[in-house]
Ligand binder design. Structure first.
Ligand SMILES: [Zn+2]
Length: 201
């Protein structure tokens, strides 16, 4: 498991602890939201999932076959039981829920958060709860602005030539030009969301 995924997992566990104090969740996968909901309904109807259990229906949009719907126990010793992609989608879903709850709690206190987008709200939660804010903010910045796909060279035999595809020519995918488009997006993200934090990434 990479360092990024280890941090993801830590974050997931923290989110999960906050929800229920439990460390197991039933994940129902479907190709569409309706299909995932039907899978979850079936699991509830057949007693695989009790009404007090934590369960979540998730959509698998990748071209690969959807993972099997099953109970997942979170934690380091179980990390091989779910793929990196599953973990990442689970974290997304839990973060969405954390944002929804944060907005609800704020609204209940009369402090609506209309000017904050979802990333602002996630950062608001982090600022309150993180034990290592720079690390968590850096991690979020990297996750929101993933490294571009690299095109090392043009296809074909013979001498190695730099790729000349449109995205390489625009600096999006070519390492030789330091990914200017990616760098610009990254800097803009930091400026927009964490201007005071002096993060080096
Ligand atoms: Zn290219």
């Amino acid at each position: 498991m990479s360092a990024n995924l280890a941090s993801l997992e830590r974050r997931l566990r923290r989110l999960e602890e906050r929800r229920t104090g439990e460390d197991a969740v039933y994940v129902a996968w479907g190709r569409t939201a309706a299909e995932a909901d039907a899978v979850l309904r079936h699991a509830r109807d057949t007693g695989i999932v009790a009404h007090w259990d934590e369960a979540i229906a998730l959509v698998w949009r990748d071209p690969t076959p959807a993972p099997s719907s099953r109970w997942l126990v979170l934690g380091r010793e179980h990390e091989n039981e779910l793929s990196d992609r599953e973990l990442s989608l689970l974290v997304d879903a839990f973060e969405e829920e954390a944002v929804r709850r944060e907005r609800e709690v704020a609204a209940a206190k009369g402090a609506d958060l209309p000017d904050l987008d979802d990333t602002d709200v996630r950062i608001r939660i982090l600022r309150r709860e993180s034990r290592d804010l720079p690390r968590d903010l850096r991690f979020m910045a990297i996750r929101e602005n993933p490294e571009p796909v690299m095109h090392w060279s043009a296809r074909g035999s013979g001498l190695v030539r730099a790729c000349q595809c449109p995205s390489c020519l625009s600096g999006e995918t070519s390492p030789q030009v330091q990914y200017p488009a990616h760098q610009a997006r990254f800097r803009a993200w930091l400026k927009r969301y964490a201007p005071e934090d002096e993060l080096y990434v």
